[in-house]
Design a protein around this ligand. Structure first.
Ligand SMILES: NC(=O)c1ccc[n+]([C@@H]2O[C@H](COP(=O)([O-])OP(=O)(O)OC[C@H]3O[C@@H](n4cnc5c(N)ncnc54)[C@H](O)[C@@H]3O)[C@@H](O)[C@H]2O)c1
Length: 436
């Protein structure tokens, strides 16, 4: 394929070098003359292992050209990859000047050209950017309609500098956000021989995947360092602790606890966070990220209450009161807090939790729940039918199925689902997920 790359920085050059290796023809477009001069000689304008060799080989094969003139880059191209920078603005926002300049140039060139290359955005951009900024600009400047005359995809890059070539050829995943279904067909062909899983999704979701990755990586490093600081303050071998922590691929380094939805609760997480923060404070160790975790979790509980109250219900049914199903442990359960807040709002409350039997509760479990919900016996219903007719039904536990949710919806209740019951039509009238 003939692929034009706008922006020959780290991402553009590495992509170009690797695509040359895959036998594509590459035209690099960049306003910096020194970069273009290097590329035109088959030299790399960046320092990155293997890139120089790949570019030189591509140049020798006559498949690499470079130009400062966008008009020279476009003719005959199957795809245009936009790899320009999206640096921080002084207000911390993202600077889209280079993306908009390039998209404007491409649009104006397409207005007078028969070429209809696939437009591939690679520059990291906030969710909504491609749909709300890039596509309208492209349509305005080209006079074309995206989806009919020309196609656009957002295709985030996951390479790491220093091992970027290896990351390009063996990516953890290939993500293609499509403006319209099938828009990414041409792009996906590039990766036919790659082993990585290909995910085709909406533009915004693809943009968000890139941020999720970087947020999580930042979070992981900060977590490791804060945990290290706590271990060091206790005169422990932080690396040994980290190694054992990472060896647990069932609960720690795994998809566990990474589904958006319910807040956390239970007898351990909250208590243990509090205890370690107290110890850190006594030892003057600052762990700002961990210090904010409980606040963030409380925010989730408040959000859930607000989402319920936004419907101005007279009555609410809760499915699940314990912090998770199959246990009657209600210590630090977020749903006890939700129940208490709803009662405080004067809302009639009914709770279905088959594992909770008030007469069998003992010790601190009994004490805590009684302090929050004095008349628990009166709130609990013995069967799921007991929630019928409630204005809003909040599903906290996966103890009901899609048929039950459908029956509630058909009867006119609003169902707010924090766990994502399988099989429910997410667009059904009256059905809301917490984060979907
Ligand atoms: N560097 C990374 O490791 C990495 C990894 C993944 C994603 N990203 C994202 O990819 C994008 C590019 O990052 P980068 O590190 O390659 O940036 P970079 O600053 O190294 O390169 C950007 C290039 O775009 C060129 N450019 C600017 N205006 C132009 C225009 N009008 N026409 C053509 N070229 C133009 C610049 O001269 C420069 O060569 C960013 O959005 C970044 O967040 C970077």
């Amino acid at each position: 394929m003939k692929i034009t790359i706008f922006g020959m920085g780290y991402v553009g050059v590495v992509s170009g070098a690797c695509l040359l290796h895959d036998n594509h023809d590459i035209i690099g477009v960049d306003p910096v003359e020194a970069k273009v001069a290097d590329l035109a000689q088959g030299r790399s304008p960046i320092q990155e292992p293997q890139v120089a060799e790949l570019l030189a080989a591509g140049r020798r094969a006559g498949r690499l050209t470079a130009t400062t003139n966008p008009a020279d880059g476009l003719p005959g191209s199957d795809m245009v990859w936009v790899c320009v920078g999206t640096p921080s603005d002084p207000d911390s926002g993202i600077n889209l000047n280079a993306v908009e300049t390039v998209v404007g140039q491409i649009g104006r060139l397409l207005r007078t050209s028969p070429d209809r290359p696939l437009i591939v955005l690679r520059s990291t951009s906030l969710p909504g950017t491609t749909a709300e900024r890039v596509i309208p600009l492209l349509e305005k400047e080209s006079g074309l309609t995206v989806g009919d005359d020309i196609h656009v995809v957002f295709h985030p890059e996951f390479l790491r500098e220093g091992c970027a070539v290896g990351d390009f050829f063996e990516p953890p995943k290939i993500v293609v956000g499509e403006a319209t279904p099938g828009a990414g067909d041409t792009l996906v062909k590039v990766y036919e021989s790659y082993e990585a899983p290909v995910f085709r999704l909406g533009l915004g979701e693809a943009e968000m995947v890139k941020y999720c990755d970087n947020l999580f990586h930042a979070l992981k490093i900060t977590f490791a360092n804060e945990a290290g600081a706590l271990a060091k303050a206790a005169e422990l071998d932080a690396r040994q602790v980290a190694a054992v922590f990472c060896a647990d691929t069932k609960l720690n380094i795994s998809p566990r606890y990474l589904r958006p939805g319910s807040p956390f609760g239970g007898s351990c997480l909250t208590k243990d966070l509090r205890a370690i923060l107290r110890q850190a404070s006594l030892k003057s160790v600052r762990v700002p990220m961990l210090e904010r975790v409980l606040e963030s979790n409380d925010r989730q509980i408040t959000t859930l209450v607000q989402r319920i109250c936004a419907h101005q219900p007279r009555s609410v049914g809760l499915v699940g009161l314990a912090f998770k199903p199959e246990t009657d442990d209600m210590r630090e359960s977020p749903y006890v807090k939700v129940a208490k807040a709803l009662i405080g709002e004067g809302i009639e409350l009914r709770i279905y939790d088959p594992t909770v039997e008030p007469q069998r509760l003992i010790g601190s479990n009994r004490k805590q729940v009684q302090a929050a919900l004095r008349h628990l016996e009166d709130l609990l219903v013995g069967s799921i039918e007991g929630l019928s007719g409630m204005d809003v039904i909040v599903v906290n536990h996966r103890t009901v199925d899609a048929d039950q949710v459908d029956r509630w919806l058909a009867a006119g209740s609003i169902v707010l689902d924090t766990v994502g019951i399988e099989g429910v039509d997410r667009h059904a009238s009256g059905y809301e997920g917490l984060y979907w």
